[in-house]
Design a protein around this ligand. Structure first.
Ligand code: SAM
Length: 188
C-alpha cells in the first residue's frame, strides 16, 4: 500500500485520486530522471491525455524512454532534453498538474542537481499555464545542497498572491536523515 509518510507515494496518491477519472488531462514532469514519475503520470493520463517530461541529462532521457516504451501500450508523452527553466517555450496548452522531484538522478552523477534559481524560475513560468484548479507538486530534498533549494522555494512561494493560489508545505517531523519535503501550489 502507498504510504502517506513516503512523499513520492503521497504525491502519487493525490494525483491519482484527483485525475484518474478525468479525460484529456495534461501533465508536466519537470524532472523525469529514471522515468518512474513520468510512467505514473502517463498511466493516470491514459490514452486520451498527454504528458510532457523534461530532463537535462541524456542518461535520464534514455532511461525514461526505455521505461515508457516497455511499459505502455500507447504513446501519450513527449520527452524533452532541456531545462525546465525553458518550459514556457514548449508548452502549447494549459496544464492540470506539474510535478517536480528535485535533487540528483539516483544511480548517477550526484554533482548534477536541480538548482534553486532555475527551479524557482521554472515554477514561476508554469504558474500562468495552470488550468483553474491546476496544481504544481514539488518534492524537495535537503541533502544535495544543505536545504538551500527548499529555503528559496519557500521564500518564493510564501509571497504568492493569496487570493490567486493556495500553497501547502508538508514535512515529516519524526524521521532522521532529512526526509523530503513537499510543496503544493493550487490555482484558486
Ligand atoms: C530526483 S531526479 C528525478 C527523479 C524522477 N522523477 C524519477 O521518477 O526517477 C532529479 C532530476 O532532475 C534533473 N534536473 C536537474 N536540473 C534540471 C533542469 N534544470 N531541468 C530539468 N531537469 C533537471 C536531473 O538530471 C535529475 O534527473
Amino acid at each position: 500500500m502507498d504510504k502517506y509518510g513516503k512523499v513520492v507515494d503521497f504525491v502519487h496518491l493525490l494525483i491519482k485520486s484527483s485525475y484518474e477519472k478525468t479525460n484529456s488531462v495534461n501533465f508536466v514532469d519537470a524532472t523525469c530522471g529514471n522515468g518512474f514519475d513520468t510512467l505514473f503520470l502517463c498511466k493516470v493520463a491514459g490514452s486520451s491525455g498527454h504528458v510532457m517530461a523534461f530532463d537535462i541529462q541524456e542518461q535520464a532521457i534514455e532511461r525514461t524512454k526505455t521505461l515508457l516504451e516497455t511499459n505502455l501500450s500507447y504513446k501519450n508523452y513527449e520527452i524533452i532534453k532541456d531545462s525546465h527553466e525553458l518550459i514556457d517555450i514548449y508548452l502549447k496548452e494549459k496544464i492540470d498538474a506539474a510535478l517536480f522531484n528535485l535533487g540528483y538522478l539516483p544511480y548517477s552523477d550526484k554533482k548534477v542537481t536541480t538548482k534553486p534559481e532555475t527551479t524557482v524560475n521554472a515554477i514561476n513560468k508554469l504558474l500562468p499555464f495552470l488550468k483553474p484548479n491546476g496544481r504544481i507538486f514539488i518534492t524537495s530534498y535537503i541533502s544535495h545542497d544543505t536545504g538551500q533549494e527548499i529555503k528559496e522555494i519557500n521564500e518564493f512561494l510564501k509571497k504568492l498572491n493569496k487570493s490567486d493560489y493556495n500553497v501547502v508545505h508538508m514535512k515529516i517531523i519524526n524521521k532522521d536523515n532529512y526526509p523530503p519535503e513537499l510543496f503544493i501550489i493550487e490555482n484558486n
